[in-house]
Design a protein around this ligand. Structure first.
Ligand code: PRP
Ligand code: MN
Ligand code: MG
Length: 180
C-alpha cells in the first residue's frame, strides 16, 4: 500500500464488483438508447474506463473538463469549463460520469448546462457520494459507494494531482495535506 494512505476504504476487487452491478443496471436503463457517457476530467477517467466495460450495450463516450478545486483541498466554489464536448447532445440520452460528488457544485452546474442543449435526457452516475458535504441541490441517479467526510484519494481522485493511479480508494494521511 502507498505510504501516504491511512486506510483503504474500497479495494480494487470491491470496486470491480460494484461496477459490475452498476453496469448491469445501466445496460437495462439504456437498452436501445445508445447513451452518450460524458467523462468529467480528470478524476472520472478510471471510473469511466472501468464502468463502460460493464455496460454491455452500444454507447458512446465524450469528455468535458471543469474544475472547482485546483490544487487546494477545499472547494473554491468556482466552476470553470476548461474543455467542452466535441459532439452535439441534441436528442441524445446523456449520462454524466463523475468520480465523486462533494458539495455538488460541479455536478449541479453540469446538469444545468447540458439540459439547455436539448438532450433527450440527462442522468448522472457517481462512483462516490460524500453526501455530508452537499451544499448544492443535487443527487446522482446512480452511486457506487457512500463515503465519510475524510480526504479520499485513488481510482482517479487526487490530492494536488497525485494518487489518481492507485487501484483502490483510500483515506489520505492528515500529515500529507497538513503541512506546517
Ligand atoms: C473533483 C471531483 C469532482 C468535483 C466534486 O474534481 O473529481 O469533479 O471535484 O466536488 P464538488 O461536488 O464539491 O463540486 P476537481 O475539480 O478536483 O478536478 P479533477 O477531477 O481534475 O481532480
Ligand atoms: Mn473532477
Ligand atoms: Mg481534483
Amino acid at each position: 500500500m502507498n505510504r501516504d494512505i491511512e486506510k483503504v476504504l474500497f479495494t480494487k476487487q470491491q470496486i470491480e464488483e460494484r461496477l459490475a452491478e452498476l453496469g448491469a443496471q445501466l445496460a437495462e436503463e439504456y437498452h436501445g438508447k445508445k447513451p452518450l457517457c460524458i467523462c468529467i476530467l480528470k478524476g472520472a477517467v478510471p471510473f469511466l474506463s472501468a464502468l463502460i466495460q460493464q455496460i454491455e450495450i452500444p454507447l458512446e463516450i465524450d469528455f468535458m473538463s471543469v474544475t472547482s478545486y485546483g490544487s487546494s483541498a477545499k472547494s473554491s466554489g468556482v466552476v470553470r469549463i476548461m474543455k467542452d464536448l466535441d459532439i452535439s447532445i441534441e436528442g441524445r440520452h446523456v449520462l454524466i460520469v463523475e468520480d465523486i460528488i462533494d458539495t455538488g457544485l460541479t455536478l449541479r452546474h453540469l446538469v444545468d448546462l447540458l439540459e439547455q442543449r436539448n438532450p433527450a435526457s440527462v442522468k448522472t452516475v457517481a462512483l462516490l457520494d460524500k453526501s455530508i458535504c452537499r451544499t448544492a441541490d443535487i443527487e446522482a441517479n446512480y452511486v457506487g459507494f457512500e463515503v465519510p467526510n475524510e480526504f479520499i484519494v485513488g481510482f482517479g481522485l487526487d490530492y494536488d494531482e497525485q494518487y489518481r493511479n492507485l487501484p483502490y480508494i483510500g483515506v489520505l494521511k492528515k500529515e500529507v495535506y497538513h503541512i506546517g
